[in-house]
Design a protein around this ligand. Structure first.
Ligand SMILES: Nc1ncnc2c1ncn2[C@@H]1O[C@H](COP(=O)(O)OP(=O)(O)OP(=O)(O)O)[C@@H](O)[C@H]1O
Ligand SMILES: [Mg+2]
Length: 533
């Protein structure tokens, strides 16, 4: 693997702001010396804003610079700005970087220093070279969990991060995997098992993540053969969302680890795999003070749960600057939410509508009530479900309809796919983009701007919740038909020479869609078959 160091580019420009350093020519953003992964468009926007710090850069100027005249709507730009803010961790300790100037554009407001002449820190591997997705947002807190995960991965070959929905398993697994790959360059791959319902397909999913195909008969021996061909080369596999296919994952993990000594696995699951050689690290909520009363603002801001709330609140409300009293109310909210990151994100998106004090009261009253209604689930699961309820119920009906219908996509989706599948009538298509963007701002939809096209996704927990609402509304069958009809669109002609081209990513994503549609159709086909027999 060819590593580029920025020491190789002596004339490189370097611009520093806060804990960040931007190297425009090398497309590198460093946070305290560590590369932050940004998509190319987000990087261009940031560079433009930083280079013109203090000025208002208009929407049109950004569009011309980043999209070179291709038409993009403001929504697309807003999505990129929101993602940038999350990466920069705006709001932490009061930092503000990108200010929205309504009706005009954006302005980079933090002091920027040109450090081009300063001595260079050590070499840095600048580009994602592993088959790992980028982290969508900066990881807040979790220092002890990161250290524990790193220690376990260094010593053992199978480490499972276990915890309830929305607690941050995927986020930590990715951060830990990137840390490994950056410390020691090696192959890595990410297998998202959430869209899969058939346990027999788990080996094929791993093979696909490695860019290979295996036959459906005896898939495990085929996979083992494939892994043995790699010889002693190191490989780090992230198996994400194992819980619903737990036995198949355990069998797979054992076979894979036996196949070759250089392979290691980080799995995420709501329960341990109980596989041979497995080491489990349990994730709890983000750290919180026991009692916030009387604590100074700085101490409260040092708590990861409070930090996450503030960061997300700033992402949705530019002017959010909590004082000590508000920070105490935020600490109370986080405590009611058991420090569950997803629940905190959902609550923080409400600061534009309610004061944090009112929010704290609502969270206490409503969540208590909602959670008491469900006696079967585990406490943290109850909290999260109640949080989702509390975020979903007050949405306008049109948004609720869109969110539950988006659950028909097993994994990520593009705007075009949503446009084709979600609306019942042509009239509903109008406003869909705005609705999706508004729900992204409320943390109900995750946005990935790392690739060429913007991709959206419901987090696993949110998707299960939305799928349940879709079922309640009696719309599942109709949506499944629309989804299947959408997939009958022609797949682009695939030339072998195009390996690595952007369409490949698109095809990879639609494989989950096709599989889900076939699985949904299978029971119906079986029924028709029986009727015909
Ligand atoms: N330490 C953290 N800092 C910032 N954001 C976080 C952190 N942990 C989790 N999040 C955010 O909380 C949400 C849920 O996290 P994540 O998807 O990692 O949870 P999970 O445990 O994998 O959930 P699921 O069980 O649904 O798969 C995401 O939006 C993620 O970005
Ligand atoms: Mg997850």
């Amino acid at each position: 693997m060819q590593l580029t160091t920025y020491a190789e580019a002596p004339a490189a420009r370097r611009l520093q702001f806060g804990a960040f350093e931007l190297l425009p020519q090398q497309s590198i953003l460093l946070e305290a010396g560590t590369p932050v992964r940004l998509g190319s468009r987000a990087f261009s926007i940031l560079t433009l804003l930083v280079e013109r710090a203090g000025e208002v850069v208009t929407h049109q100027e950004i569009r011309d610079h980043v999209w070179s005249g291709v038409f993009v709507d403001d929504v697309n730009l807003r999505v990129h700005i929101a993602c940038l803010r999350k990466k920069l961790g705006e709001g932490q300790g009061g930092e503000r970087y990108i200010l929205n100037i309504p009706g005009q554009g954006y302005s980079f407001v933090a002091p920027v220093e040109d450090t081009s002449a300063a001595p260079l820190p050590g070499p840095v591997e600048p580009r994602a070279m592993a088959g790992l997705p980028v982290l969508l947002t900066r990881l807040v807190g979790r220092a002890a969990d990161r250290a524990a995960a790193a220690r376990l991965i260094a010593q053992h070959r199978l480490v499972t991060l276990v915890g309830p929905g929305g607690i941050g398993k995927t986020s930590l697994a990715l951060a830990a995997a990137w840390q490994q790959v950056e410390a020691e360059p090696q192959d890595a791959c990410f297998v998202d098992l959430a869209p899969l319902t058939d346990a027999a397909l788990v080996p094929a999913a791993l093979a696909a993540a490695l860019g290979r195909r295996i036959p459906s008969e005896a898939p495990i021996p085929a996979l083992v053969g494939l892994l043995r061909q790699r010889g002693p080369r190191r490989l780090l596999i992230v198996l994400d969302n194992c819980e619903h296919l737990i036995d198949a994952c355990a069998v797979l993990a054992e076979a894979v680890l036996r196949a070759a000594p250089g392979i290691r696995i980080i799995a995420t699951s709501r329960e341990p795999l109980l596989a041979e050689g497995e080491w489990v690290h349990r994730l709890g909520g983000l750290a919180l003070p026991e009692e916030a009363d009387g604590l100074p603002a700085q101490t409260l801001l040092g708590c990861p749960a409070v930090q996450l709330f503030v960061e997300r609140a700033v992402a949705s409300l530019d002017s959010f600057t909590p004082d000590a009293e508000a920070l105490r109310a935020i600490a109370a909210i986080c405590r009611h939410l058991d420090g569950i990151p997803l629940a905190i994100e959902l609550a923080a998106s409400r600061v534009g509508m309610l004061s944090v004090q009112a929010l704290a009261e609502q969270v206490r009253d409503r969540l208590g009530l909602l959670a008491r209604g469900r006696r079967t689930a585990l406490p943290r699961q109850q909290t999260l479900e109640a949080s989702l309820d509390w975020s979903y119920r007050p949405l306008p009906e049109a948004e609720r309809r869109v969110l539950r219908r988006l659950a028909i996509f097993p994994g990520g989706f593009t705007l075009a796919a949503a446009m084709a599948v979600v609306p019942g009538e042509a009239a509903e298509r109008h406003g869909l983009v705005e609705q999706i963007t508004r729900m992204a701002a409320k943390s109900l939809i995750a946005v990935d701007t790392a690739g060429e096209a913007v991709h959206y996704r419901l987090l696993r927990t949110t998707r299960s919740y939305a799928a349940e609402r879709l079922r309640e509304a009696g719309e599942t069958a109709a949506l499944a038909r629309r989804h299947a009809a959408y997939l009958e669109m022609p797949v682009p002609d695939v030339a072998p020479a195009a390996e690595g081209a952007p369409w490949r990513d698109g095809l990879h994503r639609s494989r989950d869609d096709i599989r889900a549609a076939l699985e949904r159709a299978a029971p119906r086909r079986a029924m028709h078959g029986q009727a015909a027999a």
